[in-house]
Design a protein around this ligand. Structure first.
Ligand code: PLP
Length: 449
């Protein structure tokens, strides 16, 4: 029954295939690859700000205060963090390393929400000492660690409970499933339930109950899962209010999942929000005002970034053409892990370049990376266009801003590419130097005898 209604909803949505974000002109790219080489990441600051506004605007009809929280796991480049800090948004962090990055970028701890998986006592001491006060707990053990850390420091953190609503999710990556790793169910036979966590918080005066958090998955294409999760939260709040007359939800964090275009048409954030905003407004009517937190990683950063790589080799067999670039899945891990179909396009940058193009026609063109690994062949998006690929030309991979740069790894002794950001005034600025073989050798212990 639920499955059928979900399929209908997706079909009824007016899906769109957005234009690729060609924010850098070929002349600019040509100049930059001459200066920094390839592979090279390009990031557009303007797109970052635009995405924040687009997501925020989608929730304009929410009868309360809605805030965007950037999940920095998607891309922790300091240049990107600083751009988002200037937007005044909140940040969703998961590790002490991420906290260090935010502190170095001078983020206001009031704009941080900390959601740990490990939930260790020492971790919480550090988080609280940094000034962060909004913390999402995901287990009974984690909550008691937070209580101990808070008591030791004489602080009463605002505590959210991460719920696993156990609703069906249609997404590329599902985070809510029965007996899953994240969060706690509403009820259950053990202490690891929202019911037990709320009881503990309400009875002991160590933590202040702030609200609920759930994260259903990434690249969600069917938004009925949000409706089901909100329904279940509504029923749970009603139940807890019967037990505690002062029970009040101040923050409801609905996690991430806003989709991005890779190959198939996608719904817009406004269509996503339209699916459940009236349900959220019902919640306000029934249970009082709360701040709505909309987390996002992928949507806020994916379209901001392009990876430019050079075609360095080709070969032809029968009706197959293999095009080899100097990038690989060490730079776009999701291409190998999740078969992510990043849109690709051929660029001819300089007439002076030594270009070897074949006039043969091929039914099948394969785009392969430089790694000596079977999985290093890039899936093609429906928006990919590899016509006229030839040695000496370049390939742009679009929408690579999320969950790619942060996965850069030194497989085959490969160094990290530089990152250049196009600032809002149109200037291109180096924001990460490329790695060097010397540096990599030392990082791997090459200088230790
Ligand atoms: C708790 C939490 N919130 C938000 C996100 C961001 O999800 P997305 O990138 O799909 O927006 C994630 C991603 O894993 C997450 O774990």
């Amino acid at each position: 029954m639920v499955e059928n209604s979900q399929i209908q909803l997706v079909e009824n949505l007016n899906l769109t295939t957005p234009a690729l974000n060609r924010f850098a002109k070929p002349d600019d790219i040509n100049r930059l690859v001459r200066q920094y080489g390839t592979p090279l990441y390009l990031v557009d600051e303007n797109t970052l700000h635009k995405k924040v506004k687009e997501l925020h605007d989608a929730f304009i009809k929410f009868n309360g205060h809605a805030k965007i929280a950037y999940s920095i796991k998607a891309n922790f480049s300091p240049a990107i963090l600083r751009a988002f800090i200037s937007d005044g948004i909140t940040f969703d962090l998961t590790s002490i390393g991420e906290l260090h990055f935010m502190t170095q970028c001078k983020a206001d701890p009031a704009n941080i929400i900390y959601t740990s998986v490990t939930e260790e006592y020492e971790e919480y001491v550090e988080v609280l000492q940094s000034g962060v006060r909004r913390i999402v707990v995901s287990s009974f053990n984690g909550m008691t660690n937070l209580s101990r850390a808070a008591a030791g420091l004489g602080i009463k953190p605002l505590t959210l409970i991460r719920i696993n609503p156990e609703v069906g999710v249609k997404a590329e990556i599902r985070a809510s499933y029965k007996n899953g790793k994240f969060g706690v169910p509403f009820n259950g036979g053990t202490f690891d339930s929202a019911y037990q966590l709320v009881k503990y918080i309400m009875r002991n005066d160590l933590l202040k109950f702030e609200g609920f958090h759930f994260h259903l998955g990434s690249q969600i294409l069917d938004f009925t899962c949000y409706l089901h999760a909100i329904d279940r939260i509504d029923a749970f709040i009603t139940k807890m209010k019967k037990e505690y007359s002062n029970f009040q939800v101040n923050t409801l964090d609905i996690g991430g999942g806003t989709p991005v275009f890779y190959s198939e048409p996608i719904p817009k954030p406004t269509q996503m929000a339209a699916n459940y905003i009236s349900r959220l407004n019902d919640l306000v009517k029934t249970h009082g005002q709360f701040e709505l937190m909309i987390e996002s990683g992928r949507f806020l950063v994916a379209e901001s970034s392009i990876l430019v790589s050079k075609i360095v080799n080709t070969k032809e067999y029968n009706d197959h053409k293999i095009v080899i670039v100097d990038a690989g899945y060490h730079l776009l891990l999701d291409a190998a892990l999740l078969k992510q179909e990043y849109p690709q396009e051929i660029l001819t940058l300089s007439k002076n370049e030594h270009i070897i193009s074949s006039t043969n026609q091929f039914k099948n063109t394969h785009l392969a990376g430089r790694l000596c690994d079977t999985y290093d062949v890039f899936p093609l998006s429906k928006a990919s266009d590899l016509k006229d690929a030839g040695v000496g030309k370049y390939v742009s991979f679009y929408n690579v801003g999320a969950y790619s740069i942060v996965f850069n790894m030194p497989f085959h002794c490969q160094t990290k590419p530089p990152i250049v950001m196009k600032a809002c005034n149109g200037d291109f600025k180096l924001v990460r130097k490329g790695g060097s073989y010397e540096q990599l050798f030392i990082e791997e212990g090459g200088d230790m005898s």
